[in-house]
Ligand binder design. Structure first.
Ligand SMILES: [Zn+2]
Length: 249
């Protein structure tokens, strides 16, 4: 069980994990004496006499700026002491460095900065699949241009997210909605006709839910730091003291 400890005096945080307590054994001929490699103990020693509190980590609030498997990246998650909310910034500078944690008073938000069709993937997939009756390159380009144009008015909030399509938490894939799909099919009549049209219709049907026709949104993490003045009032010992007094009384 992880425990997140906040030193209010220094605004330092420590995440206590089962790994911190893994003892290193010194192998001697006579006895194996465990020498505790206890980062937690070091933290407590460094902050001796300081005001401490436990923070609760908010579930499902983890987000990072790079692929999940990437070892060097910045992640954020939310935590609270019940009165005030925090964002914890988790990072390491180089591979092999220990993870570091920083506390920010406030919150983060995710903002969608772009929503696009997967132009290159559509191009490749159409060329790959239309082998019996290849589509002219100019028509593929027209289709991509038309599709890009149609989705300009789509609101990302109204789309259904496709889970686990991306390994990067800031790249999210969405299915096109039914109205946009109808509109797309109708506009395909301007580019394709006859057998070509029905081939393209089948292509759209095959790829709209899990393939190259998914829309790709890029998000950005924005940290919303609470103003320092407000923060000082909330975490100053006297404010806490009077609150505590009230709770007791
Ligand atoms: Zn401290």
């Amino acid at each position: 069980m992880n425990q997140l400890i906040h030193c209010i005096t220094c605004d330092a945080v420590f995440l206590r994990t089962p790994f911190d307590r893994e003892p290193e054994y010194e192998h001697t001929a006579f006895l194996a004496e465990p020498i505790e490699k206890d980062d937690f103990r070091d933290f407590m020693k460094d902050h001796q006499g300081h005001r401490m509190e436990d923070l609760t980590i908010i579930e499902d609030s983890f987000v990072s700026d790079r692929d999940y498997v990437e070892p060097v990246k910045v992640s954020y998650f939310r935590a609270t002491n019940g009165r005030e909310d925090f964002v914890i910034r988790k990072f390491r500078e180089r591979i092999g460095d220990p993870l570091r944690y920083e506390l920010v008073s406030g919150d983060y938000s995710l903002t969608c900065i772009s929503l696009d069709v997967q132009a290159r993937e559509i191009d490749k997939q159409m060329a790959r699949e239309f082998t019996d009756r290849p589509l002219p390159k100019s028509k593929i380009d027209s289709f991509i241009r038309m599709y890009s144009h149609i989705i300009k008015t789509v609101e990302v909030d109204n789309l259904e997210r496709v889970p686990d399509e991306s390994s990067n938490p800031l790249e999210v894939y969405y299915k096109i909605d039914d109205v946009t799909l109808m509109y797309l099919l109708r506009n395909c009549h301007r580019i394709f006709e006859g057998q070509e049209y029905s081939d393209v219709q089948k292509f759209i049907d095959r790829h709209r839910d899990d393939g190259v026709l998914l829309l790709k949104a890029i998000y950005k993490i924005k940290i919303l730091e609470r103003p320092k003045a407000e923060k000082r009032i909330v975490s100053s010992p006297s404010a806490l003291e009077s609150k505590k007094a009230k709770e007791i009384g």
